[in-house]
Structure formats: C-alpha cells, structure tokens
Design a protein around this ligand. Structure first.
Ligand code: C2O
Ligand code: CU
Length: 484
C-alpha cells in the first residue's frame, strides 16, 4: 500500500508546486504596470450608491478644456526649475532641485480673486517638472499633475498656469512629476492667498518645514532664527509641512489661537496653550497671537531649528515640550453638519503580501486591491459625497484630495464637536476611521493619494473622476509622465 501511495503523494506535491509557481508567475506578470496607460482605464470604478452609467468614467469632455480664465493677468510669476547647490544658513551645502535657485522656492503671495499667471520654465531637471497648487482648488487643467492634467515639462520647455483663487489662506506648491524624489530634493515653495484687497497684517511669517537628508530647514534657515517683534504686534505664523512625515511644533511663551487649517479659517478659535501642534505631511496650520512683553519660541520637536520672537530680536530660548496635542475635532464653534448625501464611498487602507508592478512584498491595499486595482470614485457635478476613510495598515497616511476640501464629520465614530474642520490633507493614523464629506463642485479627474509621497509611488493612490470627463494624458509613454 505504502509503496503505491508514495508516487501518488509525490505527483500531488509536484502538481501543487507547478500550480503555485504558475500562480506566482501569473501574479507577477499581471501586476506589472503597462509602459503607458490612461489612469481612467485602470482602477476599480465605484459609484457609491449613486447612479452609474455605463460610460461614467473616461468618456466625454476633454479635461484639457477646463482651464483657468483668459484675459489680462493681475499678477505674474515665473518659476524656473534648476539643479542648484544651495548654501544653507549654517554653511552646509545641499545638492538640490530648486525653483529660482532657492530653498524653499519663492513665496507666491496673491489676493483672493486675482487672476494669477505662473510660467514654469524647466532649465535642466532631467526628470521633468510640473507644478501642483496644493490645496488651491483650481480648474482641473491647471492642477499640475503630469500624466493626468498635463504632460511633464522637460528641460528647455515651459508651461503656463492661470487661475483665480477663490480662497484665502496658506497653501504650497510642488512638482507633481517624480514627486516622491523631487519634492524632497527641493521643488516646492509656499503660496499665500490674502483676503480680497487686504494688506498683510502685523508680523506675518511663513514657516515651511523641510528635511534635506537629515538636515531640517524651517522657513529658509537650518539654524535657530531670531526675529524682532514689538510687543502688541499681531503675529501670524503659517506652518507648512512639506516633508514626508508628521512634524510636531511647540509654541511657548504665549497663548495662541489656531486661526486656520489647510487654508480654511477655523470658526471661533479660542486661545490655547501648552499644546503640541502635530502637522501631517502636506498639512498647514495658521497660528496667531499678540506679541507679549516676553519672548515667544516656536520650536520643532526633535530638531535644532526654532524661531524666537523678542522685542529686539536678540534672544534665544531653550526648547520646551508639551505632552498634550491640539485636537481640531474639539476646537472652535460648531455649525450645522450636512446629513444628506448622494453617494457614499469607502476607502479602507491596509497592507498585505502581494505583487505590485512586478515586485513581491508588503503592499498598500485600498479596499483589498493593490494599485492599479485601487478605486476610481465616480461622481456627478453637484453631488454631495460622503467618504469613510479607515486605516489598518500599521502606518500613518495623510490622505490628500486634489481640487476639493473635505469636511471631517467624525473620528472613530465620535462626531466632530468643534468648528467645521475642513482639510485637503487628512492625517489618518493606523487604527483610525474617519467620515468626511465634500461637494463635487469642481469637475475633472483628480488625484486622491497619500502625501507621504513614497507611499503614493508604492501604489497608495487613486482618483476622483467626474462622470462625462476624460483625460487625454497618459502616465509613462513618450512624455515620460510619472506623477508619483
Ligand atoms: Cu501635494 Cu498630489 O499633492
Ligand atoms: Cu501613506
């Protein structure tokens, strides 16, 4: 009997091995991304319980027509991308990619309602460049995503963006071509929109935080900075996190208010103190206070960079630490919450062993699928949309939606109790679950991705697509478009 069974077992084992190898080879083959593709042709289309027509996605009006307004510009900027060796304040040098030779790129300051024209010139950045206006809800064709809303701008070429911002607050801009590498290398800068006709008030300081292979730069300096600010002055510090990880700020020496989050004013912000400010990748907080008699320090946790404000600008203060962190969910004065929705979507982030573009390992998944089998959320213009975002992946993911702001409704089942909490980038910790809502009021094809840009490059990206619109651009191909 035994003598008979052994060959059968061997045969079964052999067949199983062949099947496993076959399945592995097939999975590997299947996971490879094509050399060029339209983002609308891949992905899992979801209608969120709303009407879905057969040609909901990837057909209809060409998004290239969704341009900014014509006519004479009120403001013009030129941003030239170059390879530059930049000497930091400490004397250290970094080999960077820059806009206009600076780190960060120049601050673009404008007013709400201005017609703004920005010319991007690429001098010698071989990967190509584009500019995405992070948090500014521009018309789709101005969104600056290579392979989705334009072709990458190659060396020697230029491209013009036009938009009329209908928001006021703190934003930033960055390349959206090979963004996982090239934002980190320096292709980013701050963008500030003042209210219509408003003058800059008091002392207005933009503090973009960025890390160049281990060296922190806050604003334009990798060393502690001292500023002279007369007592009684209104101070606004615009915190921008252009890094690929959460940054923690500590403001000590005065109570302060968080006046705005992601470029949207908080309703009824009250003075707080003794709270750390945790800012996810891509996010912004505007912090305001009246300069007291004594010095005020803005520090960055685990970092030597800091800003100290004092009467004559001669003071340095030692770091302070706070254990509790600021929670936007319980801050400010509430307003009525939307309750009726036309569509509701799920976005469940996890990780599992799988193939991604021919590589085997732990991959990010969305609703169980590995990119490109991640969702394409299909909406119609005017829809009221609800989305549940959950993260069980073991890592934080700052989820960024282009072209829209969304309002956070609840976290882990608890409704937001404070001011309407509007974000364009929501820092979702592992184990957390949020409900958010937005109005589909900006037609086109929009990215929705993690702003730890390496995660997006590893497949944590998807799209929001308006029914009846299509993009003529492709990822890959001759244009070498590579948005992540
Ligand atoms: Cu600030 Cu798609 O990115
Ligand atoms: Cu992520």
């Amino acid at each position: 009997m035994k003598r008979f069974l052994a060959p059968v077992a061997a045969l079964v084992a052999g067949l199983a091995l062949v099947a496993l190898l076959g399945w592995t080879a097939y999975s590997w083959w299947e996971s490879r991304l094509p050399g060029s593709y339209n983002v609308m042709d891949l992905g899992v289309v979801e209608a969120g319980g709303g009407p879905a027509s057969e040609h909901a996605v990837g057909h209809g009006v060409n998004i290239a027509g969704l341009e900014g307004p014509g006519g004479k510009a009120d403001l013009r900027f030129t941003l030239t991308a170059t390879k530059t060796t930049v000497r930091l304040r400490s004397g250290k040098t970094v080999d960077a990619l820059t806009f206009n030779g600076r780190l960060p790129g120049p601050e673009l300051r404008m007013h709400r309602g201005d017609l703004v024209e920005v010319t991007l010139r690429n001098e010698d950045v071989e990967d190509g460049v584009s500019i995405h206006w992070h948090g500014v809800d521009v018309p789709n064709a101005e969104d600056g995503v290579s392979g989705v809303t334009q072709d990458a701008v190659m060396p020697g070429k230029s491209y013009t963006y036009r938009f009329r911002p209908d928001q006021a607050g703190t934003f930033w801009y960055h390349t959206h071509q090979v963004s996982a590498d090239n934002v980190a290398r320096g292709l980013y800068g701050p963008l500030v929109i003042l209210p219509r006709r408003a003058e800059t008030q008091g002392f207005d300081f933009t503090a973009v935080v960025h890390n160049f292979s281990g060296v922190d730069v806050l604003g334009t300096s990798d060393r502690p900075v001292r500023e002279a600010v007369p007592p009684g002055t209104d101070v606004r510090v615009r915190l921008v996190n252009s890094d690929n990880f959460t940054r923690r700020f500590v403001l000590s020496g005065t109570p302060f208010r968080v006046a705005a989050i992601d470029g949207v004013d908080v309703n009824g912000p009250t003075p707080i103190s003794g709270r750390r400010l945790e800012l996810g990748a891509g996010g912004r907080y505007d912090v305001v206070f009246t300069m007291p008699e004594e010095p005020v320090r803005l520090g960055l946790v685990d970092s030597p960079v800091a800003l100290t404000f004092s009467r004559d600008g001669s003071v340095d203060l030692p770091p302070v630490s706070f254990d509790r962190s600021f929670d936007p969910a319980t801050y400010g004065r509430p307003t009525p919450v939307p309750t009726r929705f036309d569509r509701s979507f799920d976005l469940d982030i996890d990780s599992s062993l799988a193939f991604f573009d021919g590589d085997f390992g732990y991959q990010w998944t969305v609703n169980g699928g590995v990119f490109p089998d991640t969702p394409v959320y299909s909406v119609r213009e005017g829809d009221r949309v609800k989305m549940r975002i959950a993260n069980d992946s073991g890592d934080v993911h700052p989820m960024h939606l282009h072209g829209h702001h969304f309002r956070v409704l609840s976290r882990d089942g608890t409704p937001v109790r404070g001011s309407p909490w509007w974000v364009d980038t929501l820092n979702v910790q592992s184990g957390e679950e949020y409900e958010v809502a937005f109005r589909a009021d900006n037609p086109g094809v929009w990215m929705l991705h993690c702003h730890i840009l390496g995660h997006a490059a590893d497949g944590l990206n998807m799209h929001l697509a308006y029914e009846g619109y299509r993009t003529p651009f492709e990822v890959g191909g001759e244009a070498k478009n590579d948005p992540e």
